[in-house]
Design a protein around this ligand. Structure first.
Ligand code: BEZ
Length: 230
């Protein structure tokens, strides 16, 4: 661990080289690590997504069964993500050629077109910056990570799944809906919330506000747990 200027987020740094790189886990509500990387759609940078929501996700390897089901599932939710103003960007430590061959195979054999770009992170630069490789699982492959990055470039949510568990696309959509609803209405969402359900009004922060909360006409279990319809 080093505390050099510009790396004050508690991340691990490559010390002494004069060119420090974030190699820890990103933090919620901190700027997402910048990158410029080769992808199946040409060179892309994080800054290309400024002003848009971005889901950056990693998968362990091309031409593997769970990853293939996930790619098909990501392609299936892509239109729903676009409706929500969310771009999708995949990543693994395979080459662009391997990505192209796999994407063509998915289209030929499974009839699914992969519409989003995939980073070829052969030198693991992006994977290191985002803490995608979990040495306890694999020193060569990225785990199944999902980073939700908002239009200001802040990391708003992170999901880490192990190699053997494919991700749940409905949960990813639900998470996007929750984040966008929280931002728009300054509310929180309860367990298992889905769009259309009641939302949680932030708990009062003063005794005086707690006093009046129960008389505000909301559906309250007690002063600190009140819900409302949007
Ligand atoms: C898979 O996608 O099937 C997979 C990839 C790496 C390790 C285990 C499973």
């Amino acid at each position: 661990m080093c505390d050099h200027e510009g790396c004050e987020c508690g991340c691990h740094c490559c010390c002494g080289s004069g060119d420090e790189k974030h190699v820890g886990l990103p933090r919620l509500n901190q700027p997402a690590p910048a990158f410029e990387a080769p992808t199946t759609h040409g060179t892309l940078r994080l800054s290309d997504y400024e002003g848009s929501w971005l889901i950056l996700f990693s998968h362990p390897a091309d031409f593997t069964p769970v990853c293939t089901t996930e790619f098909i599932a990501f392609a299936e939710i892509y239109p729903e993500l676009q409706k929500r103003g969310v771009e999708l960007l995949g990543l693994s430590v395979d080459s662009v050629y391997a990505h192209i061959a796999w994407i063509r195979n998915i289209e030929e054999k499974m009839g699914v077109k992969i519409p989003f770009p995939v980073i070829a992170d052969l030198n693991k630069e992006v994977a290191s910056a985002y803490g995608m490789v979990m040495p306890g699982e694999s020193t060569t492959e990225a785990s199944r990570c999902v980073f939700v990055i908002d239009p200001k470039g802040l990391v708003r949510a992170m999901i880490y799944y192990p190699l053997t568990s494919g991700r749940n696309m409905q949960e990813i959509l639900r998470l996007i809906d929750s984040l966008q609803t929280s931002d728009k209405y300054q509310v929180a969402t309860p367990a298992n919330w889905k769009p259309g359900d009641k939302v949680i009004i932030p708990a009062p922060k003063t005794q005086e506000a707690a006093e009046v909360r129960l008389s505000e006409g909301h559906e309250c279990v007690d002063w600190y747990l009140c819900k409302k319809n949007l």
